[in-house]
Design a protein around this ligand. Structure first.
Ligand code: AP5
Ligand code: MG
Ligand code: ZN
Length: 216
């Protein structure tokens, strides 16, 4: 199964992606995670991406598309994949369609997680992430067992640099301007499904499982 996760920053894409990837046994490909691991490793890609991410802007299409194209060629994507945070512009969606056309395999579902803006600021400013294993938490909605420590590896949790109020507002503007046109793009392609992302994490996952289960 080939799935795209669509939705504003803080919709719960990463949270749901982890659950989907385990249940449906498909690799979770997050462009945001790829950039952040390159930033951590201070690679040339990381240095370039950081200058955009810290400002809440998108990394240019010509950089991002190539990364995803390479990743989709890996063996673990043969039987499907889950894209989280890509595509984010119409140009990226068109590039993805071209990549899929070459392989003769279409995207099955583009899953939109809808969350109104008034929820988003609280979700983003309360998010805490593990710099070591990538675990993700929320101080109120998904707290770790021991305050400030990762459940999985015990490392000290940190706040993402782009989760400050000012940068979240910029990311929302970028989403509305550049990414939300993809909703009609996939509606027109006939593969858009929608879930209400304001429910609790396990309830959202239940709705998603029903949609994806019907695809198998
Ligand atoms: P990226 O890392 O993709 O960030 P994003 O899309 O802004 O989304 P987030 O990761 O912030 O939110 P999420 O939907 O994953 O929510 P989460 O599950 O964590 O991108 C970062 C940057 O990289 C971009 O700004 C851009 O610069 C660059 N980039 C990435 N991809 C790119 C591309 N394709 N092109 C160009 N540039 C690109 O949940 C958020 C919080 O809410 C958590 O604390 C969680 O615990 C909590 N939560 C989740 N679900 C619920 C729920 N149901 N109820 C209550 N709380 C919940
Ligand atoms: Mg995410
Ligand atoms: Zn950890």
């Amino acid at each position: 199964m080939r799935v795209i996760l669509l939705g504003p920053p803080g919709a719960g894409k990463g949270t749901q992606a982890k659950l989907i990837s385990e249940k449906f046994n498909i690799p979770h490909i997050s462009t945001g995670d790829i950039f952040r691991s390159n930033i951590k490793g201070k690679t040339p890609l990381g240095i370039k991406a950081k200058s955009y991410i810290d400002k809440g802007q998108l990394v240019p299409d010509e950089v991002t598309i190539g990364i995803v194209e390479d990743r989709l060629q890996k063996d673990d994507c043969k039987n499907g994949f889950l894209l989280d945070g890509f595509p984010r512009t119409v140009a990226q969606a068109e590039a993805l369609d071209n990549i899929q056309e070459k392989s003769g395999k279409k995207i099955d579902v583009s899953l939109l997680i809808t969350v109104p803006e008034q929820f988003i600021l609280e979700r983003m400013t309360g998010r805490r992430v593990c710099p070591s294993c990538g675990g993700s938490y929320h101080v109120k909605f998904n707290p770790p067992k021991v305050e400030g420590k990762c459940d999985i590896c015990g490392a000290e949790l940190i706040q993402r640099k782009d989760d400050t109020e000012d940068t979240v507002k910029k990311r929302l503007t970028v989403y509305n301007d550049q990414t939300s046109p993809l909703i009609s793009y996939y509606k027109n392609n006939g593969i858009l499904s929608e879930v209400d992302g304001t429910d609790a994490i396990d309830k959202v996952f239940g709705s998603i499982s029903n949609i994806l289960g019907a695809q198998e």
